[in-house]
Design a protein around this ligand. Sequence first.
Ligand SMILES: Nc1ncnc2c1ncn2[C@@H]1O[C@H](COP(=O)(O)OP(=O)(O)OP(=O)(O)O)[C@@H](O)[C@H]1O
Ligand SMILES: [Mg+2]
Length: 251
Amino acid sequence: MLKIDHVSMVFGGLTANNDVCAEVHKGEIFGLIGPNGAGKTTLFNVISGFYKPTAGKVIFNGEEIQGKLSNQIAQKGIARTYQNINLFKKMTVLENVLVGCHTQTRANIFDAIFNTKRSRAEHEEAIRRCREVLEFMGIGHLEDSLAGSLPYGDQRRLEIARALVSNPKLLLLDEPAAGMNLTEKDILTDTILKIRDLGYTVLIVEHNMKLVMKVCDRICVLNHGNKLAEGTPEEIQNNPDVIKAYLGGAK
Ligand SMILES: Nc1ncnc2c1ncn2[C@@H]1O[C@H](COP(=O)(O)OP(=O)(O)OP(=O)(O)O)[C@@H](O)[C@H]1O
Ligand SMILES: [Mg+2]
């Protein structure tokens, strides 16, 4: 589904991604791990169109998407969450998720201005779908709360809801468990597996190894911008280079 083909991203003199290659297959949970500053978020930003890579290609369902605008890439079916939560804090939970529906709607400016039957029907359908996704993420009861007033864990769940509601072909999650307590992390682990079981393909960046090892089908390890290893969770856990670079020598 997604091919990262010799991607490099250089900022001034700093190489954040160096000739990285990886493939994400349809229906799997693919993990991207590595120490702080390894280049994980940069690669997400390249895939989702925030950065144009210095070199290399990103191929999504057979089509080159590197350098396209992020809204064009969203339209093609890639949705993401952000390491630094990126919600509309003064809007309600439901309104935030409605924003995520917008790549799906077909009503035009005429429909919007004159509040046509098509516009009303689409809006009602969008609200129904948002509520369904909020329930799925376990925050349905919070739909009228302001996003900025939610505890951290609920804000992270809301970000996932906003990404999911667009029915993406590929879901990118950047540190979804950051700031969550242990119970929340366990619930999130189950939720990510359920998302995969619904047929979504997931690319996840996460530091929490318990979660990563439980949910991922395959894992790619980055270190200082370079790809260090790729394999199943078991292979990665037993890879001496990974242990040295990522776990500081202790298994
Ligand atoms: N826009 C930018 N301009 C300059 N340097 C950048 C930019 N974005 C990222 N970098 C640098 O690129 C390197 C990789 O950063 P990146 O955020 O991709 O790492 P990461 O693997 O996501 O780390 P973390 O686990 O801490 O989130 C870092 O040295 C960072 O300072
Ligand atoms: Mg990051």
